[in-house]
Design a protein around this ligand. Sequence first.
Ligand SMILES: [Zn+2]
Length: 63
Amino acid sequence: MSEFCLKCFNDINGTEVCEDEVLLSEDAEFCEGCGEMERVVISSKRNNRWQEFFRRMFSRYRD
Ligand SMILES: [Zn+2]
């Protein structure tokens, strides 16, 4: 699974989530977006909201 820092995560997904809304890695990891060592997004704390978001994203691509 790709790992992205919060900034790249937002850029890629077109979102503006803040640190409070996601779970970031404890330590700096390699971000596949900007290539920097940053804390990366592991998962969202608001699972229901995000599952719906991703479902909408994927259904859009499927059309
Ligand atoms: Zn990044």
